[in-house]
Design a protein around this ligand. Structure first.
Ligand code: GAR
Length: 226
């Protein structure tokens, strides 16, 4: 069984690339039905085309209001056959109708340890604040920005001289590992939502050595292949 997913992007699409790589190497039982960008110039669309995936530019500026855009976005995602939606650097809040249509089946990744530093520029905000531990969060999406139940978080050290770029790069390395892992759990039906919390069903096979990522810094721990 592979889960048909639509991936929404606004920019570079490096998290999209991580998902594609895991799908292609067989560690992520998903199929990307469409990559949709609200910015037609998003490099994520180029990545999609390079891998023979449907790439849809849907510029929000071309729509009269948020509701009209959301309806078109929902139609594009539905028409692609997607059963779940993965936001990979998609810099727009999804409207209530979109969220209702895919409730419990929309994931987002955010470059901060939520609930700290939601919104835009999470990495820079954390660096400016002077945190000593930063990180990334994958969560289910609800109507509120960067708010839904958390699936996985990964922490990295932050240094006094860090800025958005240096800290962001350190966080990004782990984003590329935790997002495919989280989508794998969604695709294999192991995630359930209980109020504000997400539960992960145990794996059928014992956990393998997770290598260089300390279990205490990535929770739940990464499994083999991620
Ligand atoms: C990632 O760092 C992602 O966490 C962030 O945008 C970047 C997209 O990079 N998302 C948010 O800030 C959402 N609030 P990518 O296009 O290379 O995957």
């Amino acid at each position: 069984m592979t889960l048909p997913i639509a991936v929404l992007v606004s920019g570079t699409g490096s998290n999209l690339q991580a998902l594609i790589d895991h799908i292609e190497d067989g560690t992520l039982p998903a199929r990307i039905t469409a990559v949709v960008a609200n910015k037609p110039e998003a490099y994520g669309l180029t990545r999609a085309r390079k891998h023979g995936l449907a790439a849809v530019g849907l510029p929000h500026a071309a729509f009269p209001d948020r509701a009209a855009y959301d309806a078109a976005l929902l139609a594009a995602v539905r028409d692609s056959g997607a059963e779940a939606v993965v936001l990979a650097g998609f810099m727009r809040l999804l409207g209530p109708e979109f969220v209702a249509a895919y409730r419990g089946r929309i994931l987002n990744i955010h470059p901060a340890l939520l609930p700290s530093f939601p919104g835009l520029h999470g990495q820079g905000a954390a660096a400016d604040y002077g945190v000593t531990i930063a990180g990334a969060t994958v969560h289910f999406v609800d109507e509120i920005m960067d708010n839904g139940p958390i699936v996985i978080q990964a922490a990295v050290p932050a240094r006094p001289d860090d800025d958005a770029k240096s800290l962001g790069e350190r966080i990004m390395t782990l984003e590329h590992r935790i997002y495919p892992q989280a989508v794998n759990w969604l695709a294999t039906g192991r995630l359930t939502i209980h109020g504000r919390k997400t539960r992960l069903a145990p794996a059928d096979t014992p956990l393998a050595d997770i290598g260089d990522v300390m279990p205490c810094l990535v929770n739940p721990p990464l499994e083999a292949g991620f």
